[in-house]
Design a protein around this ligand. Structure first.
Ligand code: KIV
Length: 275
């Protein structure tokens, strides 16, 4: 991992992403560690240090238990591993909903301590003023509407949204208000077919879809899902690899070699120097 300054590599910025509205689709993935960020960086426009890290890496049942400290540690790792992609960091549950001032203090801490270029907030009607407050004070904000994982306890599970007319109208309104408040992009998650297209046409900011159709301005997936690191994948995920199978085969081979004393072999041991 060499310094991008030394090589003159310029990171993608929030205005670069905003300018991609209606252009070639914006490629985004989640990242939580330095080695994975390094692998994803050449292919992605934007890396999200998602609070999904709580479930994917820390084994939590949902994202509610994720803390600022967890986001800072993973954000620092992703910044170290990446050089070109824009890095956005999720504000965890409880760090921005109370007041705009608290949200500002926590967002500023996330950005100062990680070097990430923007924060993401799950954007319902109550948070719109906070988005405006952050943006006016120099913090680029990405919104997140539709299925909002931090609302899992209120919703009673991770359920697709916008299947009824009322909910559809509310999500469209959430997206419009989020974009009008100054968000440079809006994640649209888990919504019924057609709604993501409607949102994409209605707002100026690019939409980044996850389970929201190809009608968005870009796409994001949880990297571990698309690499097949879990035995269960949500309907909207396409698996591009079976790393769970690969890891299981590799570890099984190692275990068998150790038990049969086939590992380590002559090539994997040190010999005393001849005197
Ligand atoms: O936390 C996360 O990974 C996310 C993406 C799924 C959009 O919010």
């Amino acid at each position: 991992m060499s310094s991008y300054r030394e090589e003159g590599v310029r990171r993608v910025t929030a205005p670069d992403i905003a300018a991609r509205k209606g252009q070639t689709p914006i490629v985004c993935l989640t990242a939580y560690t330095a080695p994975m960020a390094e692998l994803l960086d050449p292919h992605c426009d934007l890396l999200l240090v998602g609070d999904s890290v709580g479930m994917v890496v820390h084994g939590l049942p949902n994202t509610v238990g994720v803390t600022l400290e967890m986001m800072i540690l993973h954000g620092q790792a992703v910044m170290r591993g990446s050089r070109r992609a824009m890095v956005v960091i999720d504000m965890p549950f409880g760090s921005y909903e109370g007041s705009a001032e608290v949200a500002y203090a926590n967002a500023a801490r996330l950005m100062k301590e990680t070097g990430a270029q923007a924060v993401k907030v799950e954007a319902g009607a109550t948070i719109v003023d906070t988005i405006g407050y952050l943006v006016k004070r120099g913090i680029p904000v990405m919104g997140h509407v539709g299925l909002r994982p931090q609302a899992v306890l209120v919703d009673g599970g991770f359920k697709a949204k916008g299947r009824g007319a009322d909910e559809r109208a509310r999500i469209l309104q959430d997206a419009k208000a989020t974009a009008d408040a100054g968000a440079f992009a809006v994640v649209v998650e888990g919504v019924a077919e057609g709604l993501a297209r409607e949102i994409t046409q209605a707002i100026e900011a690019p939409t980044i879809g996850i389970g929201a159709s190809a009608g968005c301005d870009g796409q994001i997936l949880v990297t571990d899902d698309m690499l097949g690191l879990f035995d269960w994948t949500p309907k909207f995920v396409r698996r591009y690899a079976d790393l769970r199978g690969e890891i299981s085969r590799a570890v099984g081979g190692y275990a068998e070699d150790v038990r049969q004393r086939r590992f380590p072999g002559p090539a994997e041991i040190y010999f005393a120097k001849a005197v």
